[in-house]
Design a protein around this ligand. Sequence first.
Ligand SMILES: [Zn+2]
Length: 247
Amino acid sequence: MIKVSKNLESIPASLIDRKTDTRRNTCIRDRKYHQKRDFHQRYKQLDIKEALQTIYHKKCAFCEQKIIECRDNNLEECSSTVEHYRPKSKYYWLAFSWDNLLWCCYRCNHNKGNNFEILADEVYYEESFKENIHSYAQQYQEFEKPKMIHPEIESVLEKLSFDDGVIASKDKRVQYTIGMCGLDRDSLNEKRQTIIDDFKESLMDKKLKNESIEILLKTLLDAFKNQNNEFLALRYWILRNYKSLKH
Ligand SMILES: [Zn+2]
């Protein structure tokens, strides 16, 4: 998980057009999200997907692995989906809200499902919400105190550890997010372990040759700064903990 910044002023046109407005108003009128194709299609328009892809550098909001566009009938681990941070089944008025849409892999999205526990009071729809329907996340976050980390609002870099590639945290909310999305699944642990092993190998090599590890650390720092890379939180953790990596 890495914090991602989204410009809430730059809303994809499909989210503010007449068709989407009609669907949104229908959901608000009926006080529920309609599980129908012509509703689903409104948050899956090409301009929305392209904007999310750019913002998320083609990576999943939660597990940080690269994801690709797949046909709906071919939902694999690495296929991309438009995820609702607050589930549309409950927060029906946010089904087409820019700040509620994340770029997510099929597996994390599927694992998270409609799970969304909060520690404070629940937000209920109010007529005045229509005015800023695309930018309520921050305000809702403070009010509801959800257990799930919002990757566009919070940075949890300092709260993660990756011993043996396994993502973990002492923070209860980060633990909840890891559990809900299944961020400690084997396929991800293995990918992360490979990055750790490669780094350890290079480190050993430098030590054997009695060479400085400065360039190695600089390369790792550059890899962390390059937002196109997968698993940036892991790279950050290695940078801080390389001296105590297990051999
Ligand atoms: Zn994912």
